[in-house]
Design a protein around this ligand. Structure first.
Ligand SMILES: O=C(O)C(=O)C[C@]1(C(=O)O)C=C[C@@H](O)C=C1
Length: 360
């Protein structure tokens, strides 16, 4: 096969086989959809998708395939997204507008074929889910640099929606503007966290004294900057491109491996995958009494359960000043040792979801 033409003929022949195989797979998927729709079982099964990816990655390594794990994931995540759509088209609501990092996160999991509904606030995402306007919701929950997204935690505390998946995405910011020079810029728009993540850049470019206007999202910042030549936006690459704002500087974030953790919300419980995390909210009684939290955490130690995170938030509905604790740990709600703890603290703990641990 030394000519370009011969190579292309070979590719065409392989693509014909691939297409037939993918269609064959989708016919089986359609059958799965019928079975699930009869029983009302959830369509999205992150633990099954994880198992498929792991099996294929192992197989690929044994066969010394040319694809790396990232490539296998990219191809198959899109296949899963198409498959889910075939089983039952489901709408995904996310913190918009179009072009937010959350939009990017949602697309990475639900593919190009799904129907998306952008909301301008995190509360709007929860509302759309609770009213049944969408099956899945995607919101940010924490950033490596700025910590927790308080609004998401507060809404998790009161919503019946559960976390069904988590995903980590690297965050790169641009400084985008229609102005020709930096000194023509009178205001900068971004999400509040956007300013925090680019403090060094703003300082180095003498922009700390320029008015900073926090808006709901980095995409909204790009829209505003697209309408105002005296403004700039700290926003994503996608948003700058989508709204036609030239990028003056790219990758302006202080920490280049800045990552945001997103959660996917829905109304079902995942089956255990063997590599799960669980999120709970602990409203411990009498938080002013010494040792309450220590005693609670000691139960995890005794049960040999590792915590991955603990975050305290001022309680919203307790008398006086109290705290709620958002805790993530390794394990699934159905695990025996987890059940034991949850039963012991049944009136203090709210289960927020068990889901496959995301790759960082
Ligand atoms: O196995 C299932 O439950 C399916 O629905 C099939 C399938 C797939 O394409 O392999 C699709 C969606 C689920 O999220 C997991 C796997």
């Amino acid at each position: 096969m030394d000519s370009l033409e011969a190579c292309r003929d070979a590719i065409d022949a392989i693509d014909t086989e691939l297409l037939a195989l993918i269609n064959e797979r989708m016919a089986v998927v359609e059958r799965v959809g019928e079975i699930k729709n009869k029983s009302g079982a959830p369509i999205y099964r992150p633990e099954r998708e994880k198992a498929i990816l792991q099996r294929l990655e192992t197989l690929n390594a044994e066969q010394h395939g040319l694809l790396n794990a990232g490539a296998i994931e990219a191809i198959f995540l899109e296949i899963f997204a198409v498959a889910r759509n075939l089983e039952l088209p489901e709408r995904i609501v996310y913190l918009g507008p179009e072009g937010t990092f959350t939009h990017q996160a949602a697309e990475s999991r639900f593919g190009a074929m799904s129907e998306y509904l952008p909301m301008s606030t995190i509360a709007g995402v929860f509302k759309a889910l609770e009213s049944g306007r969408a099956k899945f919701g995607v919101v940010p929950i924490e950033s490596r640099q700025d910590g927790a997204v308080g609004e998401t935690l507060d809404l998790l505390a009161t919503s019946p929606m559960k976390i069904v998946a988590e995903l980590y995405m690297p965050i790169h910011m641009t400084f985008s503007t229609k102005a020709a020079h930096l000194d023509g810029i009178k205001r900068i728009y971004s999400k509040d966290k956007g300013f925090g993540q680019c403090r060094n850049f703003l300082n180095e470019h003498g922009l700390l004294n320029v008015q900073q206007i926090p808006v709901e999202s980095t995409a909204k910042a790009a829209i505003l900057a697209s309408e105002d030549p005296e403004a700039a936006a700290i926003c994503s690459h996608i948003a700058a491109k989508l709204y036609g704002v030239p990028m003056m500087f790219e990758n302006i974030e202080d920490v280049h491996d800045n990552t945001t953790r997103f959660i996917i919300l829905s109304d079902f419980k995942n089956a255990p995958s063997g590599q799960d995390k669980t999120s709970i909210l602990a409203k411990l009684k009498k938080t002013t009494r010494a040792g309450v939290l220590v005693h609670f955490l000691h139960d995890f130690d005794k049960a040999k359960i590792n915590l991955s995170k603990i975050e305290s938030r001022p309680a919203k509905s307790q008398e006086g000043f109290g705290y709620w604790f958002f805790i993530d740990f390794y394990g699934h709600i159905d695990d025996k040792n987890v059940q034991k703890i949850l039963k012991k603290h049944t009136d203090e703990v709210t289960w927020l979801g068990s889901y496959v641990e995301g790759e960082q």
